[in-house]
Design a protein around this ligand. Structure first.
Ligand code: A3P
Length: 345
């Protein structure tokens, strides 16, 4: 009897087991399908995340700009809509001066949570072809930002290009303008070093700095040489002052930005009406680079590229003195106009 009942019991257990496994499989499949077909909370109906959760923009923007991420497919259009992201025209521009430390200034300001930078130099106002593309082309070059953030771009050629002040004025007559300067002779040598490096990369020879900076016929400073002309800061600034009042400019000390960046950045924060947020934690001296580098958070640090902070060639001291004497009266005028004086020779 017992022998006859056992297969029946086994059969029953088998049927019950199959039913249980089948039900589990059905539920798993069903829930999975439901989840795919019908999101629990459709994205359009979700409220924007609380402010402390609005991190993705910042992390994405650190590296390459959200637009870039969007093009790569890393940020969806929904994310942009959900976070109310905009491409805003710049409310402040670093207009120059070339080799003054424009990249360092932009990158350091970008440490501020309310600042978003345009990563590339856009050359909208100094390049006729770009300018002819119109203001919407320019806007599309801007990174995405929250409405409360300010966008900053830098194109150092703006400072010395004739047409630029009028063009920027037409876009926004109350824009804030940042000019970063270094001691003019050092800046001229830095400018020369950059061009020299470009020539050497192409295996071309180039004149010595002394030959370019001093007219061999008259033995006077060669004002036709662009690296010298760019360092006559007051001449360029005077052109800008035909359009903008002097209080719309803030002069940054590029030499101090190298040696001790924080106080300079705090002055810029104040000029831009931003709460003071950049701290010493964000800036650390890297002995190998010989410069301050940037610390965004515990995992993300960066130094500027090797093209920033080149070794300058040695320049004949008599040429250095000649240039310093030449720049002196222009510097005095620059100090007088801007209300900011530097300890230049
Ligand atoms: P040198 O290469 O002559 O040293 P720009 O960005 O306008 O081209 O300016 C380049 C200059 O920025 C460099 O000139 C460098 O001295 C200066 N600079 C300022 N702060 C820097 C930093 N933290 N790292 C690297 N370079 C910095």
């Amino acid at each position: 009897m017992l022998f006859k009942q056992q297969p029946l019991l086994t059969q029953k257990l088998f049927v019950l087991g199959s039913l249980a496994i089948g039900s589990v499989l059905y539920l798993v499949a069903r829930v999975g399908t439901l989840d795919r077909l019908q999101p629990i909370c459709p994205i359009e109906r979700r409220l924007p995340p609380p402010e402390h959760e609005q991190i993705p923009l910042r992390t994405l923007q650190f590296k390459r700009g959200l637009l870039h991420e969007l093009r790569k497919g890393n940020a969806t259009k929904e994310q942009i809509r959900l976070h109310n992201l905009l491409q805003q025209l710049p409310q402040a521009i670093i207009i120059g001066v070339r080799k003054g430390g424009t990249r360092a200034l932009l990158e350091m300001l970008n440490l501020h949570p309310a600042v978003v930078k345009a990563s590339q130099e856009i050359h909208f106002f100094d390049n006729d072809q770009n300018y002819a593309r119109g203001i919407e082309w320019y806007r599309e070059k801007m990174p995405f930002s929250f409405p409360h953030q300010i966008t900053i771009e830098k194109s150092p050629a703006y400072f010395i290009t004739e047409e630029v002040p009028e063009r920027i004025f037409k876009m926004n007559s109350s824009i804030k303008l940042l000019v970063i300067v270094r001691e003019p002779t050092i800046r001229a040598v830095s400018d020369y070093t950059q061009v020299l490096e470009g020539k050497e990369r192409k295996n071309k020879t180039y004149h010595k700095f002394e030959k370019l900076a001093v007219d061999s016929g008259t033995c006077e400073v060669n004002t036709k040489y662009k690296a010298v002309r760019t360092s006559i800061y007051t001449k360029h600034l005077e052109r800008w002052l035909k359009y903008f009042p002097v209080d719309q400019f803030h002069i940054v000390d590029g030499d101090r930005l190298i040696a001790d960046p924080l106080p300079e950045l705090q002055l810029v924060e104040r000029f831009l009406n931003l709460p003071s947020r950049i701290s010493q934690y964000n800036l650390y001296f890297n002995a190998t680079r010989g410069f301050y580098c940037l610390r965004f958070n515990i995992v993300f640090n960066k130094c500027l590229a090797g093209s920033k902070g080149r070794t300058h060639p040695e320049v004949d001291p008599s040429v250095v003195t000649k240039l310093q004497k030449f720049f002196h009266p222009f510097n005095q005028k620059f100090f007088q106009i801007t209300g900011r004086a530097f300890n230049w020779p």
